[in-house]
Design a protein around this ligand. Structure first.
Ligand code: LRH
Ligand code: MN
Ligand code: MN
Length: 388
């Protein structure tokens, strides 16, 4: 099997949003290692993201995290990004690093603290107007550690009231995406632990409220492609945070831990109408590069998504439907596996070259001298970290 002109035309439309925080230093609670050349400002993070796009033509948007990417002038930041050939994407709110939120943010029992968390989202919406962003992404660390610690139902009701207020503030072209996660930092219960809760919450808000699926936010063994299918079926899959994991929320390079799972997810995306410029599904990465260089880590990530999308587009859907309807169990499975096992890398490399890009973006980046240049130019100043 090789990639047809129709498939290549579909791949041409692929756009993957990069998280600004992937370019900062990150680590575990044991150690954050610094890397020469790590950005010191939001502008330097955007310049690195734009570099990933220059080598791949796959990453035209950069997501911001507020206040990690706090600047005085967001219109100027937007102009800076546009000069670099990228635009500003999803605005991620952050209510998990302030002492006031120790016992919750949008779910808090104290009206003043809950209002502070709501106001933070109003600020994010103001920023979205200046940056031209479409999506406000909300992930909450809210939860409890011990049975009995909180009123599970009361917290859910307060969350709904807070979300309604935030939703009412969205601009006409804005959307709210609510991200779920089954545990961490809370270990007994999390207020938005699963897709069902996220769906139940956003369904009460309106059409502009959708679910965000972070691939690292499920219990081991969860059939994530089933969730993708269901949310697309319900018209509520708004966006992905792609990454991969061996154990918990590892935030490793997407497709690194389990390429077959990524293929299965992308097959359901394609099958369910979630792929392409007219689809409501935003593809975003949410990753950290603790020990590897960050820019090539992001280049590898977008290439992995492209590769598995190409394989998903290769599935012979007419033959698959016929095999399914004939109850040809192994035939149907074989059709899916044929696409998965097709090595599309030579075709993608040749296609890249035909578009004036390097066939091997990893090698081209390594040879470009950019990594050495930023290591020299960015000596001095304070490097940014995930979380700062
Ligand atoms: C939470 C999360 C969420 C945050 C990001 C930094 O685990 O996935 O998307 O915004 O990490
Ligand atoms: Mn995430
Ligand atoms: Mn996460």
């Amino acid at each position: 099997m090789s990639l047809s002109p129709d498939t290549l035309a579909l791949l041409e439309q692929q756009a993957i949003e990069l998280p600004s925080w992937a370019f900062g230093n990150s680590g575990t609670r044991f150690k954050v290692f610094t890397t020469p050349g790590t950005p010191r400002t939001p502008e330097e993070k955007i310049a690195d993201a734009a570099t990933v796009n220059r080598f791949t033509a796959l990453a035209p948007k950069v997501a911001l995290h507020i206040p990690w990417d706090k600047v005085d002038d967001y219109a100027a930041l937007r102009a800076f990004a546009e000069d670099q050939g990228v635009s500003l994407g999803t605005v991620n709110s952050n209510t998990f690093q302030d002492n006031d939120y120790k016992f919750g943010s949008l779910t808090h029992v104290d009206p003043a603290i809950r209002q502070k968390a709501i106001d933070h989202h109003f600020d994010c919406i103001d920023i979205m107007h200046a940056t031209g962003s479409q999506d406000l992404k909300i992930w909450l660390a809210d939860g409890t550690n011990y049975p009995g610690q909180g009123d599970l139902r009361g917290r859910q009701d307060r969350l709904n009231d807070s979300l309604r207020q935030i939703y009412a503030r969205l601009g006409d072209d804005h959307r709210l995406v609510l991200e779920y996660k089954f545990f961490e930092p809370a270990f007994y219960h999390t207020d938005v632990p699963d897709w069902g809760t996220s769906y139940a919450q956003v369904a009460t808000l309106g059409d502009k409220a959708m679910v965000c699926l972070d691939t690292g936010h499920h219990a081991p063994g969860t059939n994530i492609e089933f969730i993708v299918m269901q949310l697309l079926r319900l018209g509520k899959l708004g966006s992905f945070d792609f990454n991969s994991r061996f154990y918990a929320d590892d935030d490793l390079i997407v497709g690194a831990a389990d390429p077959f799972q990524l293929f299965r997810i992308l097959y359901e995306v394609v099958r369910g109408g979630g792929y392409g410029p007219d689809s409501p599904v935003a593809f975003m990465l949410d990753q950290c590069h603790n020990v590897e260089d960050k820019i090539p880590g992001q280049i590898r990530s977008v290439l992995n998504v492209q590769e598995m999308t190409a394989r998903a587009l290769l599935v012979d859907s007419a033959a698959l439907t016929a095999a399914q309807e004939a109850h040809d169990v192994l035939g149907a499975n074989g059709i899916l596996m044929d696409a998965f096992y097709t090595d599309v890398r030579p075709d993608l490399a040749a296609w890249r070259e035909s578009r004036g890009l390097a066939g091997d973006p990893m090698a081209a980046y390594a040879a470009s001298g950019y990594q050495q240049r930023i290591a020299e130019d960015r000596a001095g100043g304070t490097q940014l970290s995930w979380g700062a």
